[in-house]
Design a protein around this ligand. Sequence first.
Ligand code: GLU
Length: 494
Amino acid sequence: MTQKRVRVRAAPSPTGFIHVGNLRTFIYDDFLAKQSGGDFVLRIEDTDQERFVPGAIEKLILTLKRMGIEPNEGVWLADDDKTIVQRGDHGPYIQSERKTRHQEVAKELLARDKAYYCFCTEERLGEMRKLQEAAHQPTGYDGHCRRIDKIEAEKRVAAGEEHVIRLKMPEEGAAVVNDIIRGTVKFDWKLVDDQVIVKKDGMATYHLAAMVDDHDMEITHILRGEEWLSSAPKHVFIFEAMGWEAPAFAHVPLILNPDRSKLSKRQGDVFAEQYLDKGYLPEALINFLALLGYNPKDDQEIYTREELTRLFDLSKVNKAGAIFNIEKLNWLNNHYLRQKSEADYLALVLPHLPAEETDADLKRRVALLFRERLVLPSEITALSTFIFLTHLDYSTASLTWKDRTKDEAIERLKTAKAWISELSDTDALDVSKVETTIKSKIVEKGWGNGDTLWPLRVSLSGLDKSPSPFELIATYGKNRALARIDDALAYLLK
Ligand code: GLU
């Protein structure tokens, strides 16, 4: 038997943002399609018109573009990044444009006695729910319209009575869902609601629309969040009722806060856009999210995208929710930022240095000074503020070393000034030259490192903690460094 070509889909609703949980599912989709040479379809699920946000489809695709995730079929943006295009021969890929097809399947389900018209009013449903709640029963449709004679129901519909269409779920036995991650999951049919599949406005709900589209688009694997697992029996039911072969399901575990609650806005950022806007790099996010729920090897944390794609195994994804550990993401971001070429690194970091500073060489040196330390490019602003100040405030950090005297600090600074003055402009920009020169001069004098380097470093930074005086001199350049030491001396001599 020849194996079917793998076809997966990302099916986001255009709410304007991509939840990191969905992003991880899309990353897995991408791995699966790429490793098997299959297709990755982007379908927009916009049947819930109340949730529709103008411009959301474009925004969503731009986020995928920023992440470097490009499905090869379905909805996309033209090169102008503005015009929505649909690529492929299983379209349309915007769900609301498939309304007629969904209605056709709903009619077929009615004809097969797998669905029925329901005329219950909101009021009745509200009353029903209240009674169920009062009796501590599970809430769900009570099947009131299930038993209305078919011909009568059709007459009422023809007469224009408001209605929805519901699935006619089995009333006994168990539904079986085969899930690649979870194995066989059984559900008691009694507990599965008669789901609405077509709303009053004639629009299909997710449950019908997504399954019809998955069938029509020849999707072989439905990867989606765990929150959909409880709906899976309804979906399997639709496939069976229509006599269609169901795709494989894989319900990807939830992403959790450190306290194991569902990742929520209250405890941090939840959308891909927020992380990208803060300066998290796509490669760090992909590495991080891919490993939330699955690690191909126990002893490795850093993987290239190619490795992750090659090693990905859907059946090994954990069943349990995965904790979103921001420290790990930070660690990975720092790693990938350090990996950038100098030019790419500078392009990310320079915009965060003061626009009014016109010395481009100084800015470049400042950016490189903090290269190893940054988690996010924007952190450079706070770290380097002191460098761009005209004068430092020496009242906050002590210029004197431990219990040494002010006079000693003055002596050390005056001498260090002389040493720096002797350096050529170019040598003063070379951190190792600065370091060897100053250290050997300290030895010649018979002074200590602490009592000399502390006042020197604080004179250059005005801070208790900062990069070493050698790095600071090589960043400032000779003249700026000397001016700082002069300022510190003036402060001490006041
Ligand atoms: N439109 C659904 C959502 O955004 C998609 C779920 C699915 O992948 O089937 O949550």
